[in-house]
Unconditional design. Structure first.
Length: 157
C-alpha cells in the first residue's frame, strides 16, 4: 500500500478581503442617511447657566427653540452688543414671536399641537428684562409650556 504524505503544514487559510470595500461603503451610506445635521446656526454667544436638577425632554420633535444672547463678534457691527432674540437662523424682535409660534404649530400634527413646548436657551449673562418680554409674548400666543435649557453641573456641598 502507498502512503500519503503531507507536503506542508496545514495552517489556517487566509481570510478573503474582497468584500471589505462593499461593507465599508454600506456603512458609510448608512451613516450618511441616518445622521441629522444641526438645523440652525447660532448667531449668538451662548453659555447656558448651570443647574443641579436637570430633566431631559421626552420628545424633541415637540420642542421649538428660542435663543437669546449677545450677537457673535462677526454680527456685532450690524446688530450691536445688546442681547438679541434668534428664531431659527434669523434675528427677530419680540413682536415676531407670535408668528414664529404659529408657524411652528402648523408644522406639527393636529393632535400634538397642545403638547408643544417652547425651550428658552438664554445666555447666563443676559438680563431678565428681555426674557420677561419673550414670556409675555409667548402667553399672548398661547404657548404656555415653557422650558429653560441649562447645562448640568455637580451639586456643591
Amino acid at each position: 500500500m502507498a502512503k500519503f504524505e503531507r507536503k506542508g503544514k496545514g495552517g489556517m487559510p487566509l481570510i478573503s478581503t474582497a468584500s471589505l470595500p462593499d461593507i465599508v461603503f454600506m456603512l458609510l451610506f448608512f451613516f450618511m442617511v441616518s445622521t441629522v445635521m444641526r438645523e440652525t446656526t447660532l448667531k449668538i454667544d451662548q453659555h447656558l447657566p448651570g443647574a443641579t436638577e436637570v430633566k431631559k425632554l421626552e420628545r424633541k420633535s415637540l420642542v421649538s427653540y428660542i435663543n437669546i444672547g449677545k450677537p457673535k463678534t462677526t454680527f456685532q457691527s450690524m446688530y450691536g452688543t445688546e442681547p438679541r432674540i434668534q428664531l431659527n437662523d434669523a434675528f427677530a424682535k419680540v413682536a415676531d414671536i407670535r408668528d414664529y409660534v404659529f408657524v411652528e404649530r402648523e408644522k406639527m400634527d393636529e393632535n400634538e399641537r397642545p403638547l408643544m413646548t417652547v425651550s428658552l436657551k438664554v445666555d447666563d449673562k443676559t438680563k431678565m428684562g428681555i426674557v420677561v418680554d419673550v414670556k409675555q409674548e409667548l402667553r399672548k400666543a398661547s404657548a404656555l409650556k415653557i422650558n429653560y435649557s441649562t447645562r448640568k453641573v455637580e451639586a456643591i456641598e
